[in-house]
Design a protein around this ligand. Structure first.
Ligand code: KE4
Length: 411
């Protein structure tokens, strides 16, 4: 396997050392193949918000597996999961399930292009929306010019269908829409960015995207694959009261099994095959085991106290890290929304990719190794978000506090 992994970030290239091979996980704990235990702040990159191997999730999967693993036919569970999603995300009048976030994003943007008859897609530097060619695109030479491929193998012609702007730069977006609004099929945005580290939207950013897309007949796509059921039960669109035309979900919605979802206004989704001309399909879409895990996970999240507890844990972790850094006189920035946060090795706030790129990644790598050696498994990249779960108990937070104090002193 390239790099010994099935997804690049797992290879620890950004922090050095060998990736840890995991044997099992439970609650907030990972156990590696040598029996060492870690407090887990990766949570499989977001899905494990109720903790690993939650008894109710395990039971739901065990119940489902005895009835078979896949039928390639509709099931009641898919409809039930669709209804639960619709209740939590009223903007998603119709939904389609896939097996990954990448596929959900591809489906959403193909629907947006099919519905508007336009081709141009706008994204933001530092936001990641999975592996579709036209989204592996970085900003072009001029601010609002066509994108440049951000990966080998992405044809220039494909990159030319995407423009990548600077996150939170309202003026730049306004200028692009003034010049080319009528060509834009969709703007896709992480409503709270997690893939350059946690970067919240500045006041008015999401509202401006909403206003400009309505005015120009373009569609607003919220990629809530990370923020969905994370920053609030109803995601960022509930937290910031901005309603997109299309939403993508993933991660938590599958409870750790492969589920992606896209959906939105009925008029748009009715363009999707077999109802309409926009083709999108998937052998394991709506898989019975994955929908069972997703339903069980969301069921646990439904109670209001859950997000009060996750906010408390987020605040506690933030305070632990701030105090430890201050005691060691290390200058950091922490940015957090609910139970997702990033510790930036930077003395200034991070509002966009340029800010994030100026962080001291060498210092982050040293700190990460020091935390790992003390049994804390932090995301192995400065440009990722860390995640808390309902399973992070007092003992987990206490050992994190000790590890952080030592790790900052070791810098
Ligand atoms: P997947 O295809 O990996 O299920 O989802 C892609 C995706 C789409 N949109 C957002 C906002 C995402 O965060 C992701 C995937 N996130 C990364 C973590 N930064 C997954 C980890 C990995 O790539 O291994």
């Amino acid at each position: 396997m390239p790099g010994g992994v099935n997804s690049p970030v797992r290879a620890f290239c950004a922090v050095g050392g060998e990736p840890i091979f995991i044997r099992r996980a439970y609650g907030a704990t990972l156990e590696d193949v040598d029996g060492r235990r870690y407090v887990d702040f990766v949570g499989s990159w977001g899905p494990m918000i109720v903790g690993h191997a939650h008894p109710r999730v395990v039971h739901a999967i065990k119940e489902a597996v005895d009835r078979g693993t896949s039928y390639g036919a509709p099931t009641a569970a898919e409809v039930e999961l669709g209804e639960v999603i619709q209740q939590a995300y009223p903007s998603m009048e119709m939904v389609r399930m896939t097996s990954s976030g990448t596929e959900a994003v591809m489906g959403a943007l193909r629907a947006a292009r099919g519905y508007t008859g336009r081709e141009l897609v706008v994204k933001f530097e530092g936001c990641y929306h999975g592996g579709a060619d036209y989204l592996l695109v970085k900003a072009g030479s001029g601010a609002a010019t066509f994108g440049e491929p951000d990966s080998a193998g992405v044809p220039k012609a494909i990159a030319n269908t995407t423009i990548s702007l600077s996150y939170n730069d309202v003026e730049l977006v306004r200028r692009l829409f003034k010049d080319r609004g009528s060509e834009i099929a969709a703007v896709i945005v992480e409503p709270v960015a997690g893939n350059m580290g946690c970067v919240p939207p500045t006041e008015g950013f999401l509202e401006t995207l909403r206003e400009l897309t309505i005015h120009s007949g373009s569609l607003l796509v919220f990629d809530e694959i990370m923020t969905g059921f994370r920053v609030a039960y109803g995601g960022a669109q509930e937290r910031f009261s901005v309603s997109p035309d299309l939403t993508t979900l993933g991660k938590i919605v599958g409870g750790g099994l492969p589920v992606g979802v896209y959906g939105g206004r009925r008029a748009i989704m009715e363009k999707v095959s077999p109802l309409g001309p926009v083709y999108q399909a998937g052998t394991l879409s709506g898989n019975p085991l994955a929908t069972a895990a997703g339903l069980a996970t969301i069921e646990i999240l439904r109670s209001k106290e859950v997000y009060v507890r996750l906010e408390q844990l987020g605040r506690e972790l933030e305070q632990i890290l701030r105090n430890a850094a201050a005691r060691a006189r290390v200058s950091i920035t922490i940015q957090r929304i609910a139970s997702m946060l990033t510790l930036f090795f930077s003395s200034k706030p991070v509002h966009c990719w340029q800010d994030a790129a100026s962080c001291d990644t060498a210092r982050f790598a040293h700190w990460h190794r020091a935390m790992l050696q003390q049994g804390v498994y932090w995301p192995p990249s400065q440009y990722e978000a860390a995640f808390l779960s309902l399973a992070h108990d007092t003992a987990a937070m206490e050992s994190t506090k000790k590890a952080a104090e030592n790790a900052f002193y070791s810098l």
